[in-house]
Design a protein around this ligand. Structure first.
Ligand code: SF4
Ligand code: SF4
Length: 467
């Protein structure tokens, strides 16, 4: 017997329950409802566009053993779920999403430096230089011009400015002056500014941490686990190979300064178990770990299918741990609980752009240096039409195989850059990411089901706030 049963109308998925009722996951709303057999039968038989009175009359004729009182009680239940938004919402809402016709940039990423102290074995950026023979730093002129773009195209409700590389701290003075410039220039134009940087942590000092800790600024540390594995995968350039100690020193400085800090281990076949990594980082005071498996086939270090299965199984097991936040797992729980849905995987182009040191504009940091994705330059003008075009082309209904997938509004079709890595185009999902998302979404629904069935309202709110 199959574990899940697809029911075509209304579009939902039935889950098994430890009680006698049916658990229904509504595809268009991410709502989870618990209903009895009669209510389920009604949902299956009620036709699209059929008026309730017409359906009631027809159903009573076709099912002459169902008492009217029971039918009416089920119809009332459906109506309550409908009002609550967990069942029978219109599919038109989702298919009708229109792409923006103006840039609304909520995420601006500056590739501050093409230089890096490390030579990570799987680096997608060619050691930070993105294929450039002469790695350079971004100038202040380019960085300020990028911030100026936000005056016209920034999202009014708030923007996040990210610093990336190479290693962004190798251009610290420009990072610092850009933060201060953004705070002055965008005041009164956008309602909130936050910052983040992805770093190997080696160049962090107490002074840098002091500056960061005074603002809404989070730091993502690239650390691949234990000293042995990290040094193996992320060696330094030149003779001095070991980098783990320097990176951990930077991490400790940030944790001591109470900076929101996430560790991001890249998972390869060489990685140790995820729980060992959690134990290690929790000891240091880390509260969030963003495990990301290598999903690119450009290296020979991606996980094979059985390794991927083992990875997702471990992730699901970790979802019971309360001492660590794992965004890859908990993001889906939050999405489902809050009834999140989207038809795009990310803001690619219209909601998020990346600037290279020379000022070239790209829709994603993974596309920097690739001519086909170049979309203008901050000094000479943006190619607005090209940036807007990404979303127009990448609606979930246009992603191959996703249109009919029941979890499409939660998964949103896999990361376009990973799609491109594997399939040389944006519209075919990356097979590893598709597998991971499918497994984690089912795990999250089952986790939420248990929570809803065994916890009172306040407890649910507390548990969701924790993840
Ligand atoms: S990538 Fe896979 S899981 Fe995600 S929507 Fe597409 S088919 Fe579904
Ligand atoms: S395409 Fe992938 S890597 Fe690029 S911005 Fe979107 S989610 Fe991030």
């Amino acid at each position: 017997m199959k574990r899940y049963e697809i029911i075509h109308f209304p579009e939902y998925r039935k889950f098994t329950s430890d009680r006698k009722s049916n658990i229904i996951f509504d595809v268009t709303t991410s709502g989870i409802s618990e209903i009895d057999d009669l209510t389920l039968e009604i949902l299956q038989k009620w036709l699209i566009d059929e008026d309730e009175d017409a359906f009631r009359t027809r159903f009573l004729v076709e099912s002459d053993d169902v008492p009217e009182t029971m039918l009416d009680s089920s119809l009332r239940l459906i109506s309550e779920h409908e009002e609550y938004g967990s069942l029978l919402q219109s599919r038109e809402i989702t298919w009708g999403y229109v792409p923006p016709d103006e840039l609304d940039i909520g995420v601006l990423t500056l590739n501050l430096s093409e230089r890096c102290q490390l030579a990570c074995k799987y680096c997608f950026a060619g050691g930070g230089s993105y294929g450039s023979e002469m790695p350079v730093n971004m100038t202040q002129k380019v960085a300020f011009a990028a911030i100026d773009l936000l005056k016209k195209h920034g999202r009014k409700s708030g923007v996040n400015i990210g610093f990336f590389g190479g290693e962004p701290l190798l251009n610290w003075q420009v990072m610092k002056s850009t933060v201060e410039y953004a705070e002055i220039e965008l005041a009164g134009i956008v309602d909130a500014i936050s910052f983040n940087m992805t770093t190997n942590g080696i160049a962090i000092t107490e002074e840098i941490a002091e500056f960061i800790s005074q603002r809404a600024f989070s730091v993502m540390f690239s650390i691949d686990g234990s000293e042995e594995i990290h040094n193996e995968l992320r060696p330094a350039r030149g003779e001095r190979k070991c980098t783990w100690g320097d990176t951990m020193r930077g991490l400790e400085i940030c944790l001591k300064a109470n900076i929101p800090t996430t560790v991001r281990p890249t998972i390869t076949p060489q990685s140790e178990s995820l729980s060992e990594m959690v134990d290690l980082f929790v000891k240091y005071g880390v509260k969030s770990i963003n495990f990301q498996p290598l999903c690119s086939i450009e290296t020979n270090m991606s996980l094979n299918h059985s390794e991927l299965q083992a990875f997702t199984k471990q992730l699901c097991e970790l979802s019971e741990r309360k001492d660590i936040h794992i965004p890859l797992v908990e993001g889906f729980k939050r999405r489902i609980h809050s009834r999140y849905m989207s038809v795009w995987h990310c803001g690619l182009g219209s909601g998020g752009i990346v600037i290279s040191p020379s000022g070239n504009v790209y829709p994603c940091h993974r596309f920097v240096g690739e001519r086909q994705f170049e979309s203008g330059n901050v000094l000479n003008g943006l190619n607005v039409e090209k940036l807007l075009g990404y979303r127009r082309d990448l609606h979930i209904k246009d992603i191959k195989g996703c249109r009919s997938c029941w979890m499409r509004y939660l998964c949103t079709g896999s990361c376009y850059a990973e799609n491109n890595d594997e399939n040389q185009e944006l519209k075919t999902p990356n097979s590893n990411r598709c597998y991971i998302n499918k497994t984690l979404i089912v795990n999250s629904i089952e986790w939420l089901l248990k929570l809803y069935q065994h916890t009172e309202n306040d407890g649910v709110a507390q548990e969701i706030a924790r993840v």
